[in-house]
Ligand binder design. Structure first.
Ligand code: SF4
Length: 431
Protein backbone atom coordinates (compact mmCIF):
# COMPACT_ATOMS: atom_id res chain seq x y z
CA UNK A 1 0.00 0.00 0.00
CA UNK A 2 1.47 3.35 -1.05
CA UNK A 3 0.40 6.79 0.17
CA UNK A 4 -0.70 9.20 -2.58
CA UNK A 5 0.81 12.63 -1.90
CA UNK A 6 -1.06 14.57 -4.59
CA UNK A 7 -3.16 14.16 -7.69
CA UNK A 8 -2.49 16.33 -10.75
CA UNK A 9 -5.42 18.61 -11.61
CA UNK A 10 -7.54 17.43 -14.54
CA UNK A 11 -5.65 14.13 -14.77
CA UNK A 12 -7.40 10.77 -15.29
CA UNK A 13 -6.90 10.04 -11.57
CA UNK A 14 -8.42 13.40 -10.51
CA UNK A 15 -11.39 12.95 -12.85
CA UNK A 16 -11.99 9.50 -11.31
CA UNK A 17 -12.22 11.10 -7.85
CA UNK A 18 -8.86 9.91 -6.41
CA UNK A 19 -7.60 12.36 -3.78
CA UNK A 20 -4.35 13.19 -2.01
CA UNK A 21 -4.17 11.07 1.15
CA UNK A 22 -5.71 7.99 -0.47
CA UNK A 23 -3.55 4.86 -0.48
CA UNK A 24 -2.93 2.77 -3.58
CA UNK A 25 -3.20 -0.95 -2.83
CA UNK A 26 -3.01 -2.66 -6.21
CA UNK A 27 -3.20 -2.19 -9.96
CA UNK A 28 -5.14 -4.83 -11.91
CA UNK A 29 -4.92 -7.01 -8.78
CA UNK A 30 -1.10 -6.76 -8.61
CA UNK A 31 -0.02 -5.39 -5.20
CA UNK A 32 2.00 -2.17 -5.44
CA UNK A 33 5.02 -2.07 -3.13
CA UNK A 34 7.20 0.50 -4.81
CA UNK A 35 8.00 2.49 -7.92
CA UNK A 36 8.97 -0.61 -9.92
CA UNK A 37 5.59 -2.27 -9.42
CA UNK A 38 3.81 1.00 -10.09
CA UNK A 39 5.69 1.82 -13.30
CA UNK A 40 5.33 -1.70 -14.60
CA UNK A 41 1.62 -2.22 -13.94
CA UNK A 42 0.38 1.32 -14.68
CA UNK A 43 1.36 1.12 -18.37
CA UNK A 44 -1.76 -0.88 -19.34
CA UNK A 45 -4.52 0.92 -21.27
CA UNK A 46 -7.16 -0.09 -18.74
CA UNK A 47 -6.13 -0.08 -15.08
CA UNK A 48 -8.31 -1.10 -12.14
CA UNK A 49 -6.89 0.62 -9.06
CA UNK A 50 -7.72 -0.72 -5.60
CA UNK A 51 -7.51 2.16 -3.13
CA UNK A 52 -8.11 2.85 0.52
CA UNK A 53 -9.59 6.04 2.06
CA UNK A 54 -10.17 6.41 5.81
CA UNK A 55 -10.00 2.64 6.25
CA UNK A 56 -12.55 1.95 3.47
CA UNK A 57 -11.44 0.12 0.33
CA UNK A 58 -12.79 1.12 -3.07
CA UNK A 59 -11.88 0.60 -6.70
CA UNK A 60 -11.72 2.88 -9.74
CA UNK A 61 -11.04 1.93 -13.34
CA UNK A 62 -9.11 4.29 -15.58
CA UNK A 63 -8.90 4.10 -19.36
CA UNK A 64 -6.00 5.82 -21.05
CA UNK A 65 -3.42 5.39 -23.78
CA UNK A 66 -0.64 2.90 -23.03
CA UNK A 67 2.19 4.58 -21.01
CA UNK A 68 0.08 7.75 -20.37
CA UNK A 69 0.52 9.16 -16.88
CA UNK A 70 -2.59 8.89 -14.69
CA UNK A 71 -1.56 11.88 -12.52
CA UNK A 72 -0.69 10.27 -9.20
CA UNK A 73 2.20 11.70 -7.17
CA UNK A 74 3.83 9.88 -4.26
CA UNK A 75 5.83 11.00 -1.22
CA UNK A 76 9.18 9.86 -2.60
CA UNK A 77 10.54 8.86 -5.95
CA UNK A 78 10.95 5.23 -4.86
CA UNK A 79 7.50 5.21 -3.15
CA UNK A 80 9.29 3.36 -0.36
CA UNK A 81 12.26 3.90 1.97
CA UNK A 82 15.63 3.87 0.22
CA UNK A 83 17.48 0.59 0.79
CA UNK A 84 20.81 1.15 2.48
CA UNK A 85 23.71 -1.14 1.78
CA UNK A 86 24.60 -4.12 3.95
CA UNK A 87 28.28 -4.16 3.02
CA UNK A 88 31.29 -2.62 4.63
CA UNK A 89 33.61 -2.51 1.65
CA UNK A 90 37.27 -2.10 2.46
CA UNK A 91 37.52 0.72 -0.11
CA UNK A 92 34.19 2.47 0.59
CA UNK A 93 34.57 6.15 -0.27
CA UNK A 94 31.78 7.15 2.11
CA UNK A 95 33.78 5.81 5.07
CA UNK A 96 36.61 8.09 3.96
CA UNK A 97 34.64 11.33 4.08
CA UNK A 98 35.89 13.90 6.58
CA UNK A 99 33.78 14.10 9.74
CA UNK A 100 31.17 16.83 10.23
CA UNK A 101 29.56 16.86 6.78
CA UNK A 102 25.78 16.87 6.21
CA UNK A 103 24.15 13.56 7.20
CA UNK A 104 23.06 12.58 3.68
CA UNK A 105 26.74 12.42 2.66
CA UNK A 106 27.19 9.41 4.94
CA UNK A 107 24.13 7.51 3.65
CA UNK A 108 25.23 4.32 1.91
CA UNK A 109 22.70 3.47 -0.70
CA UNK A 110 22.71 0.17 -2.51
CA UNK A 111 19.17 0.15 -3.83
CA UNK A 112 18.68 -2.07 -6.85
CA UNK A 113 15.65 -0.02 -7.87
CA UNK A 114 17.92 3.01 -8.33
CA UNK A 115 20.17 0.93 -10.53
CA UNK A 116 17.24 0.06 -12.73
CA UNK A 117 15.76 3.51 -12.85
CA UNK A 118 18.79 5.79 -12.68
CA UNK A 119 21.77 3.65 -13.62
CA UNK A 120 23.38 3.52 -10.15
CA UNK A 121 25.79 0.64 -9.56
CA UNK A 122 24.65 -1.93 -6.97
CA UNK A 123 26.30 -4.97 -5.43
CA UNK A 124 23.18 -7.23 -5.45
CA UNK A 125 24.10 -8.37 -1.92
CA UNK A 126 20.77 -7.19 -0.48
CA UNK A 127 18.51 -8.74 -3.08
CA UNK A 128 17.37 -12.34 -3.14
CA UNK A 129 16.45 -14.47 -6.11
CA UNK A 130 12.77 -13.48 -5.68
CA UNK A 131 13.75 -9.86 -6.38
CA UNK A 132 15.87 -10.98 -9.33
CA UNK A 133 12.74 -12.75 -10.63
CA UNK A 134 10.90 -9.44 -10.47
CA UNK A 135 13.68 -7.84 -12.54
CA UNK A 136 13.43 -10.64 -15.08
CA UNK A 137 9.64 -10.53 -15.22
CA UNK A 138 9.61 -6.76 -15.71
CA UNK A 139 12.57 -7.05 -18.05
CA UNK A 140 14.39 -4.17 -16.38
CA UNK A 141 17.60 -3.85 -18.32
CA UNK A 142 20.45 -3.05 -18.18
CA UNK A 143 21.41 -3.59 -14.55
CA UNK A 144 24.69 -1.99 -13.44
CA UNK A 145 26.58 -4.18 -10.99
CA UNK A 146 29.54 -3.44 -8.72
CA UNK A 147 31.24 -6.80 -9.04
CA UNK A 148 34.81 -6.00 -7.88
CA UNK A 149 35.76 -9.68 -8.01
CA UNK A 150 34.05 -12.94 -8.90
CA UNK A 151 36.14 -14.94 -6.44
CA UNK A 152 33.53 -15.77 -3.76
CA UNK A 153 35.87 -15.71 -0.77
CA UNK A 154 37.63 -12.57 -1.87
CA UNK A 155 34.32 -10.79 -2.54
CA UNK A 156 33.08 -11.71 0.94
CA UNK A 157 36.29 -10.25 2.36
CA UNK A 158 36.30 -7.10 0.21
CA UNK A 159 32.64 -6.32 0.86
CA UNK A 160 32.80 -7.51 4.47
CA UNK A 161 29.54 -9.32 3.85
CA UNK A 162 29.21 -13.08 4.21
CA UNK A 163 26.35 -13.03 1.66
CA UNK A 164 28.48 -11.45 -1.07
CA UNK A 165 30.00 -14.61 -2.52
CA UNK A 166 27.22 -15.64 -4.89
CA UNK A 167 27.70 -12.88 -7.45
CA UNK A 168 28.30 -15.24 -10.39
CA UNK A 169 25.08 -17.12 -9.59
CA UNK A 170 23.16 -13.85 -9.51
CA UNK A 171 24.73 -12.48 -12.68
CA UNK A 172 24.09 -15.80 -14.49
CA UNK A 173 20.49 -15.82 -13.26
CA UNK A 174 19.90 -12.34 -14.69
CA UNK A 175 21.83 -13.14 -17.86
CA UNK A 176 19.69 -16.24 -18.44
CA UNK A 177 16.61 -14.05 -18.10
CA UNK A 178 17.81 -11.83 -20.96
CA UNK A 179 18.93 -8.94 -18.73
CA UNK A 180 21.94 -6.91 -19.94
CA UNK A 181 24.62 -6.10 -17.42
CA UNK A 182 27.35 -3.50 -17.07
CA UNK A 183 29.99 -4.32 -14.49
CA UNK A 184 32.33 -2.23 -12.40
CA UNK A 185 35.52 -3.43 -10.73
CA UNK A 186 36.97 -1.14 -8.08
CA UNK A 187 40.56 -2.36 -7.93
CA UNK A 188 42.48 -2.38 -4.68
CA UNK A 189 46.20 -2.71 -5.20
CA UNK A 190 47.48 -6.20 -4.43
CA UNK A 191 44.01 -7.44 -3.47
CA UNK A 192 41.67 -7.96 -6.44
CA UNK A 193 44.12 -7.22 -9.27
CA UNK A 194 46.71 -9.74 -10.53
CA UNK A 195 45.42 -13.34 -10.68
CA UNK A 196 42.08 -12.36 -9.09
CA UNK A 197 41.52 -9.83 -11.88
CA UNK A 198 42.31 -12.47 -14.54
CA UNK A 199 39.69 -14.74 -13.01
CA UNK A 200 37.12 -11.94 -12.78
CA UNK A 201 37.62 -10.93 -16.41
CA UNK A 202 37.40 -14.56 -17.55
CA UNK A 203 34.25 -15.21 -15.51
CA UNK A 204 32.52 -12.08 -16.78
CA UNK A 205 33.62 -12.83 -20.34
CA UNK A 206 31.89 -16.21 -20.03
CA UNK A 207 28.67 -14.20 -19.63
CA UNK A 208 29.39 -11.98 -22.62
CA UNK A 209 25.98 -12.74 -24.15
CA UNK A 210 24.62 -10.55 -21.33
CA UNK A 211 27.54 -8.49 -19.99
CA UNK A 212 27.91 -5.46 -22.25
CA UNK A 213 30.99 -3.90 -20.70
CA UNK A 214 33.31 -3.92 -17.69
CA UNK A 215 35.12 -0.94 -16.15
CA UNK A 216 38.21 -1.24 -13.97
CA UNK A 217 38.75 1.79 -11.74
CA UNK A 218 41.32 2.33 -8.98
CA UNK A 219 39.89 2.59 -5.46
CA UNK A 220 39.76 6.25 -4.43
CA UNK A 221 41.74 6.75 -1.24
CA UNK A 222 41.34 9.93 0.76
CA UNK A 223 43.50 11.05 3.66
CA UNK A 224 40.68 10.21 6.11
CA UNK A 225 41.32 6.47 6.47
CA UNK A 226 42.07 6.26 10.18
CA UNK A 227 41.03 2.85 11.51
CA UNK A 228 40.08 1.54 8.06
CA UNK A 229 41.50 -1.45 6.17
CA UNK A 230 45.06 -0.62 5.08
CA UNK A 231 45.08 0.00 1.33
CA UNK A 232 47.94 1.12 -0.86
CA UNK A 233 47.34 3.61 -3.66
CA UNK A 234 48.31 2.69 -7.23
CA UNK A 235 51.50 4.29 -8.45
CA UNK A 236 53.03 4.50 -11.91
CA UNK A 237 54.32 0.90 -12.04
CA UNK A 238 51.34 -0.82 -10.46
CA UNK A 239 48.92 1.17 -12.67
CA UNK A 240 50.94 0.14 -15.75
CA UNK A 241 50.70 -3.49 -14.68
CA UNK A 242 46.91 -3.26 -14.53
CA UNK A 243 46.77 -1.58 -17.96
CA UNK A 244 49.07 -4.27 -19.43
CA UNK A 245 46.98 -7.02 -17.88
CA UNK A 246 43.69 -5.57 -19.15
CA UNK A 247 45.29 -4.90 -22.58
CA UNK A 248 46.23 -8.57 -22.89
CA UNK A 249 42.68 -9.52 -22.02
CA UNK A 250 41.32 -6.98 -24.54
CA UNK A 251 43.39 -8.51 -27.37
CA UNK A 252 41.91 -11.90 -26.62
CA UNK A 253 38.39 -10.54 -26.25
CA UNK A 254 38.68 -8.67 -29.57
CA UNK A 255 39.86 -11.84 -31.31
CA UNK A 256 37.13 -14.00 -29.82
CA UNK A 257 34.16 -11.68 -29.77
CA UNK A 258 34.97 -8.46 -31.66
CA UNK A 259 34.80 -6.26 -28.56
CA UNK A 260 37.42 -5.20 -26.02
CA UNK A 261 34.76 -5.87 -23.38
CA UNK A 262 36.74 -4.49 -20.41
CA UNK A 263 38.30 -1.04 -20.09
CA UNK A 264 40.55 0.74 -17.61
CA UNK A 265 39.39 4.13 -16.39
CA UNK A 266 41.21 7.28 -17.50
CA UNK A 267 42.64 7.56 -13.98
CA UNK A 268 44.69 4.40 -14.50
CA UNK A 269 46.34 5.92 -17.63
CA UNK A 270 47.04 9.18 -15.80
CA UNK A 271 48.55 7.31 -12.83
CA UNK A 272 50.63 5.23 -15.24
CA UNK A 273 51.84 8.33 -17.08
CA UNK A 274 50.47 6.92 -20.34
CA UNK A 275 48.39 8.74 -22.95
CA UNK A 276 44.71 7.75 -22.95
CA UNK A 277 43.59 5.82 -26.06
CA UNK A 278 41.64 7.50 -28.89
CA UNK A 279 37.85 7.62 -28.95
CA UNK A 280 37.49 4.59 -31.31
CA UNK A 281 39.09 2.39 -28.65
CA UNK A 282 36.08 2.87 -26.36
CA UNK A 283 33.51 1.31 -28.71
CA UNK A 284 30.78 3.89 -28.16
CA UNK A 285 31.81 4.87 -24.61
CA UNK A 286 29.69 2.38 -22.62
CA UNK A 287 31.41 3.22 -19.32
CA UNK A 288 31.63 7.03 -19.17
CA UNK A 289 30.00 7.07 -15.71
CA UNK A 290 33.02 5.16 -14.42
CA UNK A 291 35.45 7.68 -15.90
CA UNK A 292 36.29 5.40 -18.84
CA UNK A 293 36.94 7.37 -22.03
CA UNK A 294 35.88 10.78 -20.71
CA UNK A 295 39.16 12.37 -21.85
CA UNK A 296 38.96 10.79 -25.31
CA UNK A 297 35.36 11.94 -25.67
CA UNK A 298 36.23 15.49 -24.63
CA UNK A 299 39.19 15.50 -27.04
CA UNK A 300 36.96 14.50 -29.93
CA UNK A 301 34.39 17.14 -28.92
CA UNK A 302 37.16 19.77 -28.78
CA UNK A 303 38.20 18.78 -32.32
CA UNK A 304 34.59 19.27 -33.43
CA UNK A 305 34.51 22.72 -31.83
CA UNK A 306 37.78 23.67 -33.51
CA UNK A 307 36.08 22.95 -36.84
CA UNK A 308 33.46 25.63 -36.08
CA UNK A 309 33.68 29.39 -36.44
CA UNK A 310 34.30 30.78 -32.93
CA UNK A 311 33.94 34.45 -31.92
CA UNK A 312 37.05 35.98 -30.30
CA UNK A 313 37.63 35.67 -26.56
CA UNK A 314 36.85 39.16 -25.25
CA UNK A 315 36.38 38.50 -21.52
CA UNK A 316 39.29 37.05 -19.55
CA UNK A 317 38.85 33.80 -17.63
CA UNK A 318 40.50 31.66 -14.97
CA UNK A 319 39.76 27.95 -15.40
CA UNK A 320 40.13 25.68 -12.35
CA UNK A 321 40.47 21.91 -12.68
CA UNK A 322 41.71 18.87 -10.76
CA UNK A 323 45.35 17.77 -10.84
CA UNK A 324 44.67 14.57 -12.83
CA UNK A 325 43.42 16.20 -16.02
CA UNK A 326 45.37 19.45 -15.76
CA UNK A 327 47.51 18.93 -18.87
CA UNK A 328 44.50 17.91 -20.96
CA UNK A 329 42.37 20.84 -19.74
CA UNK A 330 45.21 23.32 -20.35
CA UNK A 331 45.64 21.96 -23.88
CA UNK A 332 41.89 22.13 -24.70
CA UNK A 333 41.56 25.66 -23.38
CA UNK A 334 44.72 26.79 -25.21
CA UNK A 335 43.54 25.34 -28.54
CA UNK A 336 40.03 26.77 -28.25
CA UNK A 337 41.37 30.20 -27.29
CA UNK A 338 43.94 30.10 -30.13
CA UNK A 339 41.28 29.16 -32.69
CA UNK A 340 38.88 31.85 -31.41
CA UNK A 341 41.53 34.56 -31.29
CA UNK A 342 40.99 37.70 -29.20
CA UNK A 343 43.17 39.41 -26.69
CA UNK A 344 41.58 38.51 -23.34
CA UNK A 345 43.81 36.16 -21.35
CA UNK A 346 42.62 32.68 -20.29
CA UNK A 347 44.54 30.88 -17.55
CA UNK A 348 44.22 27.29 -16.27
CA UNK A 349 44.90 26.64 -12.56
CA UNK A 350 45.23 23.03 -11.33
CA UNK A 351 43.81 22.62 -7.83
CA UNK A 352 45.13 20.35 -5.11
CA UNK A 353 42.40 18.57 -3.16
CA UNK A 354 42.93 19.54 0.48
CA UNK A 355 39.46 18.46 1.56
CA UNK A 356 39.85 14.75 0.75
CA UNK A 357 43.65 14.75 0.49
CA UNK A 358 46.12 15.28 -2.33
CA UNK A 359 45.83 11.68 -3.57
CA UNK A 360 42.31 12.55 -4.77
CA UNK A 361 43.01 14.26 -8.07
CA UNK A 362 39.79 14.18 -10.09
CA UNK A 363 38.00 17.49 -10.79
CA UNK A 364 34.60 16.15 -9.67
CA UNK A 365 35.77 15.76 -6.06
CA UNK A 366 37.13 19.29 -5.64
CA UNK A 367 35.25 21.39 -3.12
CA UNK A 368 34.44 25.08 -2.77
CA UNK A 369 37.08 25.47 -0.07
CA UNK A 370 39.72 23.91 -2.37
CA UNK A 371 38.97 26.58 -4.98
CA UNK A 372 39.15 29.37 -2.38
CA UNK A 373 42.52 28.04 -1.25
CA UNK A 374 43.83 27.74 -4.82
CA UNK A 375 42.70 31.28 -5.61
CA UNK A 376 44.55 32.73 -2.59
CA UNK A 377 47.35 35.02 -3.70
CA UNK A 378 46.59 34.89 -7.42
CA UNK A 379 44.97 37.60 -9.50
CA UNK A 380 41.80 36.12 -10.89
CA UNK A 381 40.62 37.01 -14.38
CA UNK A 382 37.12 38.42 -14.99
CA UNK A 383 35.25 35.10 -14.88
CA UNK A 384 35.96 31.83 -13.06
CA UNK A 385 35.32 28.55 -14.89
CA UNK A 386 34.63 25.34 -12.98
CA UNK A 387 33.63 21.80 -14.04
CA UNK A 388 29.88 21.21 -13.55
CA UNK A 389 30.58 17.86 -11.89
CA UNK A 390 31.94 19.66 -8.82
CA UNK A 391 28.34 20.42 -7.83
CA UNK A 392 26.05 17.79 -6.36
CA UNK A 393 23.23 16.64 -8.65
CA UNK A 394 20.86 19.37 -7.46
CA UNK A 395 23.40 21.85 -8.86
CA UNK A 396 23.47 24.09 -5.80
CA UNK A 397 26.18 22.89 -3.40
CA UNK A 398 29.80 21.79 -3.53
CA UNK A 399 30.74 18.61 -1.65
CA UNK A 400 31.82 20.65 1.38
CA UNK A 401 28.34 22.28 1.52
CA UNK A 402 29.59 25.63 0.23
CA UNK A 403 26.93 27.15 -2.04
CA UNK A 404 27.60 28.57 -5.49
CA UNK A 405 26.64 32.04 -4.25
CA UNK A 406 29.01 31.77 -1.30
CA UNK A 407 31.94 30.82 -3.54
CA UNK A 408 31.05 33.57 -5.98
CA UNK A 409 31.12 36.07 -3.10
CA UNK A 410 34.42 34.76 -1.74
CA UNK A 411 36.09 34.96 -5.15
CA UNK A 412 34.40 38.21 -6.19
CA UNK A 413 33.94 36.82 -9.72
CA UNK A 414 31.00 35.27 -11.58
CA UNK A 415 31.20 31.48 -11.80
CA UNK A 416 30.73 29.64 -15.07
CA UNK A 417 30.12 25.87 -14.96
CA UNK A 418 30.85 23.79 -18.03
CA UNK A 419 30.73 20.10 -18.82
CA UNK A 420 31.13 19.47 -22.56
CA UNK A 421 33.63 21.00 -25.00
CA UNK A 422 30.75 22.83 -26.66
CA UNK A 423 29.79 24.46 -23.36
CA UNK A 424 33.43 25.34 -22.70
CA UNK A 425 33.94 26.88 -26.16
CA UNK A 426 30.64 28.76 -26.03
CA UNK A 427 31.29 30.10 -22.54
CA UNK A 428 34.90 31.13 -23.28
CA UNK A 429 33.85 33.03 -26.39
CA UNK A 430 30.62 34.50 -24.97
CA UNK A 431 30.61 38.25 -25.61
S1 SF4 B 1 28.42 -1.02 -1.40
FE1 SF4 B 1 30.42 -0.81 -0.44
S2 SF4 B 1 31.31 0.98 -1.41
FE2 SF4 B 1 29.11 1.04 -1.81
S3 SF4 B 1 28.24 2.26 -0.15
FE3 SF4 B 1 28.14 0.12 0.50
S4 SF4 B 1 30.02 -0.17 1.68
FE4 SF4 B 1 30.30 1.66 0.48
Amino acid sequence: MVHIASVAADSPAARAGIRAGDALISINSHPVRDVLDYRFFITEKKVALALCRDGEQFEVTLKKREYDDVGLEFDTYLMDAKQSCRNKCIFCFIDQNPKGMRESVYFKDDDTRLSFLMGNYVTLTNVGFDELDRIKKMHISPVNVSVHTTDPELRVKMLNNRFAGDIMEKLSYLADGGISLNCQLVLCRGINDGAALDKTLDDLFSLRHAVDSVAAVPAGLTSHREGLFPLEAYDKNSARKVIDQVSRFQERALRESGTRFAFCSDEFYILAGLPVPDGDFYEGYPQLDNGVGTIALMESEVKDELGEELPPVTVSATVFCGMAAKDYVADWVRRIAAKAGGTAPVEVIPVENRFFGSSVTVSGLLTGSDIVEAARGIKLNDRVFLPSKMLRSEGDLFLDDMSRTELEKKLGRPLVFTDTAKELAEALTAQ
